[in-house]
Ligand binder design. Structure first.
Ligand code: 5AD
Ligand code: SF4
Length: 350
């Protein structure tokens, strides 16, 4: 399928169900040919909800005084990682807000301990830091890093992140991660107020340009304790508003699969939140090959409220059945992106 900007934005505006079926099929075929039928499970540990940033869409923003803040200690986190290993997962994802209370050295010792005790692949998702920190964590054994760029529209990015470094800085950080040999993940929000179909088309082109190993795409979900949820952002586009809908999210996932055939693409929690019944399965059939079961201890889970009524994919035989029920199977091993193997083969990654 031709992937210059116009066909992408045409697909994003397509609402003929028969034509959309051809997009779902193309994405599913490309997924199968490139990353196979395995669904990799990544144990997600949301270990701190402290955040120094004030993103207009997110419930963890520092100005939101309504949530109870927590930070798990090292032993508690390592314990969760050991549970992930016992459940047969190949990866743990350590996620937090941008929390300066977790020092670079503390994170490094956390990564080192988890690697020593479990041998699992470790993915970090801690927001922006310095290049030195990324190097320190890589040396401690971190394998992957997730940091969404949220939108490729620099003006919109600036309006959504007042007082924060701009989009250029985000891309610079993603480049550092790549240079340091991480598998690099990024992604966007679908249906942000003020975004256009052309912005989403540019997002897809940016995924390809960054040659991402992992791509997380989820719908924007309204959170009343945020400026965006309260409708405080002036929508200064004349274009038709992009829906923060389930279908738009599937279109973005399917197009991301076509643009980056060998990436690992999760069927996200946000998607399962807007369609608890079968959003997860639809995602897996329209480009995705990864799920992230939530391993955060129950006492903290409700406080990691990025958006309201966040769904949780929890470990259970029923959940595994859902994967098998659509003709797929639970992946074993680390589930690296084949992109990484290609980079190792050409000597680009050590
Ligand atoms: N709806 C959906 N996703 C959100 N995120 C933050 N706030 C929201 C929201 N209201 C996503 C962002 C961020 C990730 C941690 O959560 O894309 O990168
Ligand atoms: Fe913090 Fe991330 Fe939420 Fe922004 S999106 S407020 S950086 S947790």
């Amino acid at each position: 399928m031709e992937l210059d900007k116009n066909p992408i934005s045409a697909w994003l505006q397509e609402d003929d169900t028969d034509r959309l079926e051809t997009l779902w099929h193309a994405a599913d075929r490309v997924r199968r040919e490139n990353v196979g039928d395995a669904v990799h499970l990544r144990g997600l540990i949301e270990f701190s909800n402290h955040c120094q940033r004030n993103c207009f869409y997110c419930g963890l923003r520092s100005a939101n005084k309504k949530i109870r803040r927590y930070r798990m200690d090292l032993d508690e986190i390592v314990h969760c990682a050991c549970q992930a290993k016992d459940l047969g997962y190949g990866t743990v994802v350590l996620q937090s807000g941008e929390d300066p209370g977790c020092s670079d050295h503390w994170v490094a010792s956390l990564v080192r301990t988890i690697k020593e005790q479990t041998g699992l692949a470790v993915t970090l998702s801690l927001g922006e830091r310095g290049r030195d920190a990324f190097l320190l964590w890589r040396d401690a054994g971190a394998d992957r890093y997730l940091m969404r760029f949220e939108t490729s529209n620099a003006g919109l990015y600036a309006r959504l992140h007042p007082g924060a470094p701009g989009l250029e800085e985000r891309f610079r950080q993603l480049l550092w991660l790549r240079e340091l040999g991480y598998e690099v993940g990024s992604g966007v929000l679908v249906g942000l107020p003020g975004s256009t179909h052309m912005d989403l088309a540019n997002d897809i082109l940016m995924f390809a340009e960054l040659d991402l190993d992992m791509i997380g795409i989820g719908p924007w979900i309204k959170h009343e304790s945020t400026p965006l949820g309260r409708g405080e952002l002036q929508d200064n586009t004349d274009h038709k508003r992009v829906a923060a809908s389930e279908t738009m999210t599937y279109k973005m996932m399917a197009l991301a699969r076509l643009a980056c055939p060998r990436s690992n693409i999760p069927s996200t929690t946000a998607l399962a939140t807007i369609n608890a019944e079968n959003g997860c399965e639809h995602g897996l059939r329209r480009g995705a090959n990864v799920l992230m079961p939530n391993m955060t201890p129950a006492v903290h889970r409700a406080d990691y409220e990025i958006y309201p009524a966040k769904a949780c994919f929890l470990e259970s035989s029923e959940q595994r059945f859902r994967i098998e029920n659509i003709g797929r199977y639970v992946g074993t091993g680390r589930g690296d992106s084949p992109n990484r193997d290609a980079r190792i083969a050409t000597g680009e990654t050590l």
